[in-house]
Design a protein around this ligand. Structure first.
Ligand code: ADP
Ligand code: MG
Length: 207
């Protein structure tokens, strides 16, 4: 069975789009395609007008590393690195000189309100702080597209609300944000709300 079928979706620069749908409906698969981590077996995915299937490996990995930031439900921080070192990791795959890594990581941590935790280990952070660190890591390359897969799924309501407010703030500052969530109030804060069911787009509203 196909994870996605007949999905036609156009995300515009600067938009905030929420994706909802039951478990197994294809939300993560869709986000993986938008993030150029996965390719559709049929159909086409254009990123900034270019067909992703036609990009060579170097161009594709540069695009993934520098244009797209990913945030996950379970943070995915590396436990043996400090918060600042975690935030620096995407820069190690880029072209920025090493002397810029730490200042850029600290700046990204400042944007998410976590500068004071730079030298801590992930295990010393609360869930909300860990997600802020993960968002800083996504932001450190100044991505043109920010993708978040259930970023508040492991957080209590109040902390989830803070993360949602942070995503709103980043969107207001110009980021294009695509957010998968089970939380309807959170989804309704987006400009567009796309609902998936059984791998198809069931509907789209402008909340
Ligand atoms: N790597 C994979 N290989 C094959 N099938 C997969 C893979 N990942 C997910 N699926 C299937 O694709 C469908 C959509 O999964 P997913 O995108 O993870 O849904 P959601 O994020 O909405 O829960 C499900 O039926 C799932 O079992
Ligand atoms: Mg999923």
């Amino acid at each position: 069975m196909a994870a996605l079928t007949e999905v036609s979706l156009d995300i515009r620069e600067g938009e905030k789009v929420a994706i909802m749908g039951p478990s197994g409906s294809g939300k993560t698969t869709l986000l993986s395609i938008l993030g150029c981590l996965d390719r559709p077996t049929r159909g086409e995915h254009l990123f900034e007008g270019r067909s992703v299937a036609e990009l060579d490996d170097d161009t594709l990995s540069r695009l993934r590393n520098r244009a797209i930031g990913f945030v996950f439900q379970s943070f995915h921080l590396l436990p043996h690195l400090s918060v600042a070192e975690n935030v620096e990791t995407p820069l190690q795959y880029g072209e920025r000189p090493m002397r810029e890594w730490r200042p850029r990581a600290l700046e990204a941590l400042g944007r998410v309100g976590l500068a004071a935790r730079a030298d801590h280990r992930p295990s010393e952070l609360s869930g909300g702080e860990a997600q802020r660190a993960a968002i800083a890591r996504a932001l450190v390359v100044e991505p043109r597209l920010l993708l978040a897969d259930e970023p508040t799924g492991n957080l209590d309501t109040a902390t989830g609300g803070e993360i949602a407010a942070l995503l709103d703030e980043l969107h207001a500052q110009g980021s294009t944000v695509v957010l998968v969530t089970h939380n309807e109030p959170l989804a309704r804060r987006a400009e567009r709300l796309v609902t998936l069911r059984d791998g198809r787009i069931e509907g789209e509203t402008r909340p």
